[in-house]
Design a protein around this ligand. Structure first.
Ligand SMILES: *[C@@H]1O[C@H](CO)[C@@H](O)[C@H](O)[C@H]1NC(C)=O
Ligand SMILES: *[C@@H]1O[C@H](CO)[C@@H](O)[C@H](O)[C@H]1NC(C)=O
Length: 143
């Protein structure tokens, strides 16, 4: 058995490296990459506008103004490390600087397998659960 400087078995390390390379090449070839569509819809009513600013570590989607009845959406592929996170800052007439996670892999890899849809309403935010096919009340506005 050969050991490297860290004391790891070099044979095992080679196998792990090979597996990582295999997974990466499959994913970059889009075989195992799953595209997710995220969308956030303004259902506030009464002509209320909202502004929303979402970002991840690598992408800043900008500050978007969304009119009553419209939605803002984007597509992404969760990374193979399971660390994908899109967080948003939302403002509307009654609420300012409300932070929420639009997509967090640990919470959403099953709940939002391909669709991560949100409804912004006067009482709070609803999220669509693809696993159950139900809209769930996810966030209360701060009082
Ligand atoms: C977006 O920009 C407007 C105008 O500058 C600002 O009032 C609002 O707070 C911003 N919204 C977010 C979510 O950053
Ligand atoms: C927003 O705030 C106003 C004034 O406090 C209140 O009358 C109204 O019901 C609120 N709107 C919603 C949708 O909660």
């Amino acid at each position: 058995m050969k050991l490297d400087l860290m004391g790891n078995n070099i044979g095992d390390a080679k196998v792990v490296l090979l597996l990582v390379l295999l997974v990466c090449s499959l994913c970059s070839g889009r075989v195992c990459a799953v595209d997710v569509h995220a969308s956030i819809k303004n259902m506030l009513g009464n002509g209320n506008m909202m502004s929303i600013h979402c970002q991840s570590k690598d992408n800043d989607l900008g500050n978007q103004t969304v009119s009553d009845g419209s939605e803002f959406g984007w597509d992404f592929s969760p990374n193979v490390w399971g660390t994908t996170l899109f967080y948003c800052d939302l403002d509307w007439k009654n609420v300012s600087d409300f932070y929420f996670d639009a997509y967090a892999f640990a919470r959403d890899s099953v709940r939002c397998k391909t669709l991560c849809s949100w409804l912004v309403s006067g009482e709070g935010m609803y999220g669509f659960n693809e696993g159950t096919g139900l809209w769930e009340f996810m966030y209360n506005w701060p009082s």
